[in-house]
Design a protein. Structure first.
Length: 187
């Protein structure tokens, strides 16, 4: 038997098409609600506003979830803490009719209980960006020293020297030192 804060009893609808109920709930976020670089922290609050509607084949759940996402920018590794609002809609059938691979795509009620966690997980994870950015124009990190370029827009390391010409640059520097001439003997 299903239990938990995201489980809703649909028995009150009586399996009469057209019957509906509206709910507002605040629940704690389940574990792993996101992916590697951004997600909803486990235990943080999620505000749910949803409606259950009995239809011929099952219960249609339609609603909105509001949560806080935490992660890091993939360009500069700055912390991201932003609100997320997602809409969701899912039909949960009374009795599963599909078999084989199609059975995995179909959600079924268990003893008139509806588990909202898979519905919520699908909606939230699909709404999260795969490559979150702290801003649309984030310049990232300096490839030479790792400094965050947004903090220092004029950041440079001087003129770039092609490594193939580095020996000639060193020779030029030595030749321009005072007291050094091309004809003077090397020590």
């Amino acid at each position: 038997m299903l239990a938990g804060p995201l489980v809703v009893d649909t028995h009150v609808l009586g399996r009469r098409p057209g019957t509906e109920r509206a709910y507002e709930k605040t629940v704690e976020a389940p574990a792993d609600l996101g992916h590697d670089v951004i997600g909803v922290p486990e235990g943080s609050t999620i505000d749910l506003a949803f409606r259950l509607e009995a239809v011929m084949d099952g219960v249609l759940v339609t609603g909105t979830a509001s949560a806080r996402t935490v992660g890091e920018c993939v360009r500069c590794l700055a912390e991201i803490d932003e609100p997320l609002v997602v809409d969701f809609q899912e039909l949960c059938v009374y009795e599963p009719v599909a078999t084989g691979e199609d059975a995995d795509d179909e959600m079924a009620l268990e003893d008139d209980l509806l588990d909202l966690e898979p519905v919520l997980r699908d909606a939230v994870v699909l709404a999260l960006p795969l490559n979150p950015l702290c801003g649309p124009d984030c310049p990232g990190l300096c490839p030479d020293c790792g400094a965050r370029l947004a903090d220092d827009p004029g950041h440079t390391h001087g003129e770039a020297v092609d490594p193939r010409w580095a020996s000639l640059s060193q020779l030029k520097t030595e030749m321009n030192e005072p007291g050094t001439s091309p004809d003077s003997p090397k020590e």
